[in-house]
Design a binder for this molecule. Structure first.
Ligand code: SAM
Ligand code: SF4
Length: 337
């Protein structure tokens, strides 16, 4: 008689969506203070509250056992977490053993130092956030970053063999005049460009209503000047992609505000303290740190089952002058973008 244990059931929520993508925020800290993401003086979590790498690995392992095939490390800035490469290497060793892909979203400031090791650990693609190519504007948006560090990081990553997608938060009156130059630069260097609509998460340093740029409008403007072909490429995520004939590159649009993409959502987000957020725009969460610390693997598994029962149908972000407070009090750096 075959007594092999049945494989653990996949993670499927009550709307029939299969969760196969875990985003892990490894720290809420960052060396930048981007105006749309953070306040000037942020209070960060005490280090003792942050999950150890062993705990992150245990939680990631539970997800992989339940069918998670893709993990993205993010933050805050993932590359400022001390010894982060230890975690990258250990998660990287799961590639091919349940995990299909390990990726990272980074601001690029520390990339020059880590690019080769990221590739050696099995990472093949990264997202680098960059909202402008102008050094002074870069400094104003990040409040403290040096664009030269990011550009040399990108160079190093390309040289190491990493495919790069540039993420640009498009803001009216801040960087909307740079969308075409950024596209020419990114595509000219073999990188994709994805434009993101600013989302109302946390108190920050800009007026979100004034700077909000609906990407549908922008897309239609670009479509009058470029030959855009819709690509079917679905990441199960919020991005829609087009191929731009004139530049030969891919342009993505992440439009949480003007197009609700929740029906195909396949992801959940683990914070640095072990809270599992089930939607970027809702508060529903499960405490995986306590589950693991108090009940080990079995409790963790039960917590994942519970998570599937409470994953919300979708977010309901709205930008409204009469409701100036952010839709969510927590910053993007907490849930990890
Ligand atoms: N520090 C890393 C970085 O900047 O790439 C990773 C974390 S960051 C929170 C992840 C992504 O979220 C970045 O591309 C950033 O531009 C984006 N982001 C941050 N706050 C946002 C907001 N309020 N609305 C839209 N995108 C935001
Ligand atoms: Fe830091 Fe990324 Fe937020 Fe900018 S967007 S402050 S780089 S976490």
């Amino acid at each position: 008689m075959d007594i092999a244990a049945a494989p653990a059931p996949l993670l499927i929520d009550r709307f029939g969506r299969r969760v196969s993508y875990l985003r892990i925020s490894v720290t809420d800290r960052c060396d930048f203070r981007c105006v749309y993401c953070m306040a000037e003086d942020m209070t960060f979590l005490p280090k003792k509250d942050v999950l150890s790498f062993e705990e992150v690995e245990a939680i990631a392992g539970a997800f992989i056992a339940r069918g998670t095939t893709k993990i993205r490390l993010t933050g805050g800035e993932p590359l400022v977490r001390r010894d982060i490469m230890d975690l990258v290497r250990s998660l990287g060793s799961r590639i091919g053993a349940g995990l299909d892909e390990l990726t990272m979203t980074t601001n690029g400031s520390q990339l020059a130092k880590h690019a080769v090791d990221l590739f050696s650990a099995g990472i093949r693609r990264i997202n680098v956030s960059l909202d402008t190519l102008d050094p002074e504007r870069f400094r104003a948006i990040t409040r403290r970053g040096r664009i030269a560090d990011v550009l040399s990081g990108i160079e190093a990553a390309r040289a190491a063999g990493l495919a790069i997608k540039i993420n640009m938060v498009a803001m009216r009156g801040v960087n909307d005049d740079e969308i075409e130059p950024m596209m020419a630069w990114a595509h000219g260097n073999g990188m994709g460009l994805t434009l993101i609509e600013g989302m109302p998460l946390g108190e920050v340093g800009i007026d979100r209503v004034d700077t909000y740029l609906p990407l549908r409008e922008l897309h239609d403007g670009l479509a009058r000047r470029y030959s855009l072909t819709r690509l079917d490429k679905s990441t199960g995520g919020p991005a829609r992609y087009v191929h731009v004939a004139e530049t030969g590159g891919t342009l993505g649009f992440i439009t949480p505000m003007s197009h609700n993409f929740c029906e195909s959502c396949n992801r959940v987000r683990l914070t640095a303290t072990g809270q599992l957020f089930l939607c970027l725009g809702q508060d529903d969460q499960v405490n995986l740190r306590d589950a693991w610390r108090e009940g080990g693997a079995q409790a963790l598994d039960a917590a994942l089952d519970h998570a599937m029962l409470i994953k919300p149908k979708g977010h309901d972000f709205v930008l409204d002058r009469t409701r100036p407070e952010p839709a969510m009090a927590r910053h993007m750096s907490v849930t990890g973008g």
